[in-house]
Ligand binder design. Structure first.
Ligand code: UD1
Length: 417
């Protein structure tokens, strides 16, 4: 099994180019199932989750081919409606093929996503909302068996809780439903907006009618499309924090700064110097890091996917900070490992009290999920000794070329078998 060896403590300096967004690419890839025409996708990140989603599409009959930077997807022969456990178990976003398969064929059998380390992560909101479009479903031996006997029929749906995945599944399903659908209390993460823009480019009829309301009028024809996926805002946030923890000086390129204004504002409050240009963020670290209280919440709030990373930075704060995790119930697995490196973090329910003034020490560590893994790298980058991070397959699910990108700006990081 591969490991990462990371040592510090040098200041990161230079330029990092941000890849395409994993979390925007996944629903867009699922949505390509709606089409019988060719789709050309640009700026997909080269990470494991994208490979898994492409394999899932292939298992459903899609023909896919990389041509330079484009993935070409041809669905003219796509006719399978069965998404197997083997492909869905490692990646929860596999459930996103349910919406398009139902929209296209009126029936589908899709495995429930496997257990997930960061919480139980049910799909009840996806299923309840699909039933409002006329879907009948049963869960048999871990599979959702779903049919729409009269086809999907537009409806008014209010999501009981803001869910990124449920919003995406319903948006995709509604694009081919008969009549009009209005989705209320939608997730408005930039990745959801990117999916909507992609669908509009395919010829679907969608319009944001209020901050969290989307109106969709079903269409029966989809165009051949090419689309470039947005930048990965979590990757960008991770490297901004990497600059901050190492007192570095980084230019983060290929981004739209206003999309991550919340994160930029928080980093400024903590003491970082940040300047933005149209597609670039320049961050200069500060030896003095101020404490702050943070709560994760749906966009435009602070993202749960950056909670582990900002915690590393707050460990170096001048006083105590409090982090409240409001999205997932069990997303503090990195805490035990950070404490082994010398942090003083205590957890009570969904709150983590971070003591501050931590000088991390190198250690042998275990990655537990995607974002937790990267937080261990960030902590290791601040230490003089050599840390070894095990189980880095989590990291490879979502960070493209992380060692290469970090090495280029001066980090000592190496993958070993
Ligand atoms: C997506 C992101 C993930 C991010 C999360 C929150 C992708 C591929 N993943 O995950 O990186 O951390 O948004 O920003 O885009 N819930 C239910 N029932 C449901 C669906 C969700 O109770 O049917 C709960 C979840 O357990 C969680 C909360 O709602 O507590 C939000 O989850 P959701 O927004 O759906 O996250 P994902 O789409 O799975």
């Amino acid at each position: 099994m591969q490991k990462l060896e990371v040592s510090g403590a040098n200041k990161l300096k230079g330029q990092i180019n941000i890849s395409g967004s994993k979390n925007a690419s996944l629903p867009i890839l699922a949505a390509t199932l709606l089409s019988d025409k060719k789709v050309y996708l640009n700026n997909l990140p080269k990470v494991k989750d994208i490979e898994t989603m492409i394999n899932l599409l292939k298992s459903l009959g899609s023909i896919t081919k990389f041509n330079k930077k484009n993935l070409i997807i041809d669905n003219y022969k796509q006719n399978k409606k069965f998404a197997s456990y083997n492909l869905v178990k490692t990646m929860r976003a596999g459930i996103l093929v349910l919406g398009p398969l139902l929209a296209k064929f009126g029936n589908a059998k899709v495995s429930l996503p496997g257990g997930c380390a960061i919480g139980t992560r049910p799909v009840d909101i996806h299923l309840k909302s699909l039933s409002k479009l006329g879907v009948k479903y049963k869960i048999i031996q871990g599979y959702v068996h779903a049919t729409a006997p009269k086809g999907l029929i537009g409806s008014k749906i209010h999501f009981s809780k803001i869910s990124v995945g449920a919003t995406e599944n319903l948006i995709i399903a509604s694009t081919l439903a008969k009549g009009t659908t209005v989705l209320n209390n939608c997730a408005i993460e930039p990745e959801v907006k990117d999916l909507v823009n992609f669908l509009i480019k395919m010829g679907c009829n969608l319009k944001w009618v209020a901050k969290r309301s989307l109106k969709i009028v079903g269409v029966n024809q989809i165009n051949e499309t090419s689309y470039s996926v947005m930048f990965d805002r979590i990757e960008a946030g991770t490297y901004l924090i990497a600059a901050a923890v190492t007192e570095g000086n980084l230019k983060i390129k290929n981004v739209i700064p206003k999309i991550i204004q919340t994160e930029i504002n928080i980093l400024k409050k903590i003491g970082m110097k940040i300047n933005t240009k149209k597609n670039e963020i320049h961050i200069i670290g500060n030896k003095k890091i101020k404490n702050i209280n943070i709560k994760t919440s749906p966009y435009p709030g602070f993202p749960t996917d950056l909670q582990a990373q900002i915690m590393v930075l707050l460990c170096k704060g001048n006083k105590k900070s409090l982090i409240k995790e409001d999205i997932f119930e069990n997303r503090f697995m990195h805490v035990a490992e950070l404490n082994r490196m010398g942090a003083k973090i205590s957890i009570k329910a969904n709150k983590a009290l971070v003591e501050g003034n931590t000088k991390f020490a190198a250690a042998e560590l275990m990655a537990t999920d995607l974002r937790a893994s990267v937080s261990l790298i960030l902590a290791a980058l601040t230490t003089k000794g050599k840390s070894v991070i095990n189980r880095i397959y989590h990291l490879d699910r979502g960070y493209e070329n992380i060692e290469k990108k970090l090495k280029k700006v001066g980090a000592k990081i190496r993958r070993v078998n």
